[in-house]
Design a protein around this ligand. Structure first.
Ligand code: PLP
Length: 401
């Protein structure tokens, strides 16, 4: 039996890590699960009804992102798999002997370590674009780094640690123009992949508006279930499946579909479609309150872009104290936030994103990220603002720094 969640008033301010499942989504999944269990690849009625359902879900999501064909929406197990499939799949599908990939130093590890591994194994050449203090790339740098063998540019739409939004549309428009002459001259097309995992909740993710060829999305960041997501793959993109097995998902992603997960993801996108814009405005207002109040605490800096940032993200560095200690103390008060300095192995490793933005390691140790979303209420922010200054003062009084 799963343990019951502690219903004692908890303030959840870690939406970038994951979001609570919307009750409308869980209800929909539960009902789906009760009714439909067939394998969509089976030709009998039980299978066919699930196949029809997946087709319906796929078509809804296709329309939401402005794609042309259902075959352009590939269901995956989430953001990590979508990023892997985009990168490894394009490399595998490329006719170039040693393809070149351009990415940024602030990508999520699902992109960064995938490219680094391919590079280490001699499969690709890679260029890692730097960012400025606010976490923004320089498009001119990107332009300078495109080579005859460049096949992929992978740039995240919005960063998960600092919330900075990258100029994907501008990059997409540039590459589209470049590609028309380039392909005619016999060079490979430069595909644009964007990891839109954090952006999907709030920003315009119409693939035509963005001019992208590949786009990764994850359901658990949009109040849907974990373990499901999708990769948009524009028709004509040379991509190969990276797992051998069945021919599901148009031969691009073998394996029986996560039908219950897809049901939840579908419902989550449906809710997003009707509520996204209104919700983004409400959340942005709360985020600005958080930023305004926290910046009144001495020796604190906001990370990320001042304006071009996700509505739900406010990340700070508190000088002379450790983010881990702040986060533990907040947790004792029932408030969940995250720190960019914690490494999964348990050892403290400074965040590669904050390092890339030029923060020094001492400042980075003092990082916490507050991320809010659909179910955040004003009272949650009030609790945070009430307890945080006291925690900071207490930790500073104790700090040897
Ligand atoms: N990309 C970004 C920007 C993310 O924030 C995350 C999750 O934190 C991922 C990819 C990975 O997504 P998933 O947890 O669905 O594998």
């Amino acid at each position: 039996m799963p343990t019951k969640t502690n219903k004692k008033a908890r303030v959840y301010l870690d939406y970038c890590a994951t979001t609570p499942v919307d009750p409308r989504v869980s209800k929909y999944m539960y009902e789906f699960m009760q009714e439909k269990f067939g394998n969509p690849s089976s030709i009998h009625t039980s299978g066919r009804e699930v196949r029809d359902f997946i087709d319906e879900a796929r078509d809804f999501i296709r329309e939401y992102i402005g794609a042309d064909e259902p075959t352009e929406v590939i269901f995956t197990s989430g953001g990590t798999e979508s990023d892997n499939l985009a990168i490894r799949g394009v490399v595998a599908g490329s006719k170039i002997k040693k393809p070149h990939i351009i990415t940024t130093v602030i990508e999520h590890k699902a992109v960064l370590t995938t490219i680094q591994e391919l590079e280490k194994n001699g499969v690709v050449e890679a260029t890692y674009l730097k960012v400025n203090h606010e976490g923004e790339i320089d498009i001119e740098e990107l332009k300078k780094n495109i080579k005859y063998n460049t096949v992929l540019v992978s740039i995240m739409y919005a960063n998960n640690e600092i919330g900075t939004i990258e100029p994907i549309r501008e990059v997409g428009k540039y590459l589209e123009k470049l590609n028309s002459g380039r392909v005619r001259a016999g060079f490979p097309q430069v595909y644009l992949h964007t990891d839109a995992v954090q952006a999907f909740s709030y920003l315009n993710t119409n693939v035509k508006h963005l001019h992208v060829d590949l786009m990764s999305v994850s359901s658990h960041k949009i109040c849907g279930p974990k373990g499901v997501g999708m990769l948009y793959v524009k028709k004509g993109t040379l991509i190969k499946s990276i797992n051998t097995g069945g021919a599901q998902e148009f031969g691009v992603r073998g394996g029986t579909e996560n039908t219950i997960g897809i049901a939840g993801f579908y419902k989550a996108v449906e809710i997003l479609k009707s509520e996204r814009e209104k919700e983004a405005k409400k959340i942005e207002k709360m985020r600005d309150t958080i930023i305004g109040k926290i910046l009144k605490i001495p020796e604190v800096e906001l990370t990320g872009h001042k304006k071009n940032r996700l509505p739900g993200v406010a990340s700070f560095v508190f000088h002379k104290i450790e983010g881990e200690s702040i986060s533990i103390n907040l947790d004792l008060e029932g408030i969940a936030v995250s720190t960019g300095s914690a490494c999964t192995s348990g050892s403290l490793q400074p965040s590669h994103v904050l390092m890339a933005c030029g923060f020094d390691p001492e400042a980075i140790q003092g990082n916490i990220r507050i991320s809010i979303g659909r179910f955040t209420e004003k009272s949650d922010i009030d609790v945070l603002i009430k307890v945080l200054p006291g925690i900071i003062k207490r930790l500073r009084d104790m700090s040897p720094l």
